[in-house]
Design a protein around this ligand. Structure first.
Ligand code: ATP
Ligand code: MG
Length: 372
């Protein structure tokens, strides 16, 4: 038994009456891994989660947590081990936010003081001010805030395992992205073992260490997002991930890992040197331009001017915060910026807009060459 395997499903089947919801699914999730279940509506995602935390019992097969069958866990122990974010949030409307978060700790009979501290800690963790939110009722929350409370509630007893059923499904795309990024930060800090269900492939690609693609009660492919996008197992997966899978795959790569050294100069240095001669010796027509502090101000194209006293004609001034990318950006974001700006390379700047490198279209093109 591999110790790292936190959850193992072996040939699990489940029917609702005549309807076979799961037709023998097997996969495992390692300790600290974020596994995303994805597939069309009705393929059995929610059923899978409910079997793991024993809201439902399987008809056949085995489900193990840390090597032990879930049937051997007492329900209250299972509840302590597993945080569950249910589809459509499911906050209790008549309970305050603090009481909603404290459901499991209360069941576990924690002391009142410990519960209060835990609630405040979790509200801060999900980015909500405890003083403002702890006494609100669910109908006083926006969709995104309610989702955050749902996540806080699932984390309440500090379970090693989180099951999340479309945790960000009910929020608009913009807030969904914010919640995804915040959840990733929380996950990097807490390193829970997570099974997250979603319909949204971009969400899966952004969050998953491993993706399990399901269709009609079966698993059609398991793999890292990169591999699923580059090598779809069959036409179902190929259709599911879509024709733009090469582009989607780029959101798995960060600028930091692919940027190159950038050549730059300053206006003063350009003026002092015989820049035309310098230009003729360079392989590149372009140089980034920074001020004396290294802050990006633009670029120079040596082809665009003839006379040495008309330096300005070759220079394009840019607003670094709109033009440059940051090391933590994804290559997908970089590519869309290149396309919208019509350039083949973009400067990479730090938080003070200082030039730290460049990212090139040729690098991105290489990464999108997929095996067919
Ligand atoms: N209580 C139930 N009684 C009968 N059939 C059910 C029940 N719950 C689910 N099903 C059926 O089992 C199948 C799997 O349902 P499940 O809820 O697991 O799907 P899902 O993948 O979570 O879908 P969605 O993305 O729409 O949430 C579906 O065909 C559904 O109609
Ligand atoms: Mg569901």
């Amino acid at each position: 038994m591999n110790k790292n395997r936190m959850i193992v499903l072996e040939n699990v089947t489940k029917s609702y009456g005549e309807k076979a919801a799961l037709q023998g699914i097997s996969f495992d999730v390692e300790n600290g891994e974020l596994c995303v279940l994805i597939g069309p509506s009705g393929c059995g995602k929610s059923t899978t989660l409910k079997l793991i935390n024993r809201m439902l019992e399987p008809d056949g097969g085995e489900i193990l947590i840390e090597g032990r069958s879930v049937r051997d866990f007492k329900p209250e122990l299972l509840r302590r081990k597993i945080g569950y974010v249910i589809q459509s949030i499911g906050l209790f409307p008549h309970m305050k936010v603090s009481q909603n978060i404290a459901v499991v700790p209360s069941l576990l009979k924690w002391e009142r003081k410990r519960i209060g501290e835990r609630v405040d800690y979790l509200l801060e963790l999900v980015g909500l001010d405890p003083a403002i939110y702890r006494d609100k009722y669910p109908n006083e929350l926006s969709g995104g805030e309610a989702q955050r409370i749902g996540v806080a509630r699932a984390l309440a007893s500090d379970p090693p395992l989180l099951l999340m059923d479309e945790p960000f499904g009910a929020v608009d795309p913009l807030n969904r992205e914010i919640l995804q990024v915040e959840f990733l930060k929380i996950q990097r800090k807490l390193k829970k073992t997570v099974i997250l269900v979603t319909h949204d492939l971009d969400e899966a690609i952004k969050l998953a260490d491993k993706i399990v693609i399901m269709d009609m009660g079966r698993i059609v492919q398991i793999g890292q997002p990169e591999n699923i996008l580059s090598k779809p197992a069959n036409s179902f997966v190929r259709n599911f991930v879509g024709t733009d899978r090469a582009i989607k795959r780029l959101s798995r790569f960060q600028v930091a890992d692919y940027m190159n050294r950038a050549s730059s100069t300053t206006i003063r240095r350009l003026k002092e040197s015989n820049y035309k001669e310098a230009a003729s010796r360079r392989e590149s027509r372009f140089l980034w331009i920074t001020d004396e502090m290294g802050i990006l101000t633009g670029w120079i194209d040596f082809k665009n001017f003839k006379e040495s006293d008309r330096l300005e004609e070759g220079i394009t001034h840019v607003d670094p915060s709109n033009f440059a990318v940051r090391a933590e950006f994804t290559l997908k974001e970089s590519l869309s910026r290149m396309l919208s700006q019509g350039v083949r390379s973009l400067p990479v700047t730090d938080e003070k807009n200082r030039l730290i490198g460049e990212i090139n279209l040729s690098t991105i093109e290489k990464l999108t060459e997929l095996e067919e």
